[in-house]
Ligand binder design. Sequence first.
Ligand SMILES: Cc1ncc(COP(=O)(O)O)c(C=O)c1O
Length: 499
Amino acid sequence: MSDLDEVSTGDPRPAEVGRLIFDRSTACARCTEMPALDVPDVDLDAALAHRSRRTAPLLPEVTEVDLARHYEHLASVNFGVDSGFYPLGSCTMKYNPKVDEVACRMPGFAGVHPYQPPATVQGVLELMHGLQEALGEVSGLPHVSLQPAAGAHGEFTGLMTIRAYHEANGDPRKRVIIPDSAHGTNPATVAMCGYEVTTIPSDERGGVDPGALEAALDTDVAALMLTNPNTLGLFDENISRITGLVHSFGALAYCDGANLNAVLGKARPGDMGFDVMHINLHKTFGTPHGGGGPGAGPVAVTDALAPFLPGPVVALQPDGFRLVMPERSIGRVRSFYGNAGVLVRAYAYIRAVGGDGLTEVAEQAVLSANYLKERLKGAFDLPYDRPCMHEFVLSGRRQKRESGVRTLDIAKRLLDFGVHPPTVYFPLIVDEAIMIEPTETEGLETLDAFADAMLAIAAEAARDPEVLHSAPHVTPVRRLDEARAVKEPVLRYSPPCLD
Ligand SMILES: Cc1ncc(COP(=O)(O)O)c(C=O)c1O
């Protein structure tokens, strides 16, 4: 960890910042060599005649070394879990083992065509079947569809499955109950599936308030959608009572399984009374987060819901592994096999870690979070002071009150210490929330360095708040207008000569 004075100055390679590949361009520089022509030569001018363009396109012209340096520079100013600690609560940015990357690039997986007859892709189907079985085992919900492409997509799939179940029983319902600590995708999914959202408050211990739940329940409720452990990092102490209450009204219990990594091998949502859950493979089983790219959010369900699952699912039949559509399936939610490469990575991870290893994942994730919580709770407010699971939520309200330093300032200052900030301002029920999830993949030294940085920042907030207001100080770009960057991105290069 850098010394404080050191981190508040410094300005790495300012000349490089914002330099595009176009800015490196020099006329006639080249880094390609075309191979010798191995087809009959054609006179392109004659062949294209009037359709060929009159002016050359404005493409960058660079040498190979400049090209290599450009991309190397871009990679070096990016922050990822391979470059430093990334304690983004709720998002579980854990290390992605590189061996899983090797596995999914093996020709037998990467080279398969989705239209190949099943008899020729038995290995792929066996792997997917094995993954279905493993996810069924850890969730306690034996029937699994690997189709959904993300956690939020899994939510959509799970709720549509619930919808199909109620409709098949001639009992279409109208509402889905969600606690106020829920992730934003939950109410969005409910609305997308055509249900109304009923939000219930959390109790003073951060769990579902059973009284509020009971008051919200009636026979119009299709489901309760609950994250357990929840987004405060707390295991709901009344979970069996809650799912029992839900069932007593004919409703179903949906588990947002984003936090499954905290209970792997220890407790199973199916045994807690949940009927459906989605599993974010990127949070629990070490597959990469796609940054909007390909992920996987398989859905696991009880026997009663299995006929409605999206297909195809992989079944073992007398003639081998086959892709089958469940009897009353809601249909496809994704093309072909789902995101096959992600599924291979998750399976490789599960097989490499093994059953006991998965239990250790949960133990270590919970231990690391509790360790950090104990180290930090004196310097920051801890709204729910009880043992946490894999993550915990601090509040920066003391710093805001005493020195006008906001949680955003704290997050930005952490960048100067080489740490990606935790999740901030979520969950919404905590004022100035700072949500920290260390994951099981970080060692004690990293955890201590992070705690030291947070404590140093808390001291700085009291002593010299301006350093925090103007942070970050050593990043390639400083404090950005993030809303504008998203809403008005500049995506086109305009050459200086056209300015
Ligand atoms: C609790 C919870 N539910 C759902 C999601 C959505 O998952 P995904 O990002 O895979 O769509 C997240 C993502 O962070 C989450 O933390």
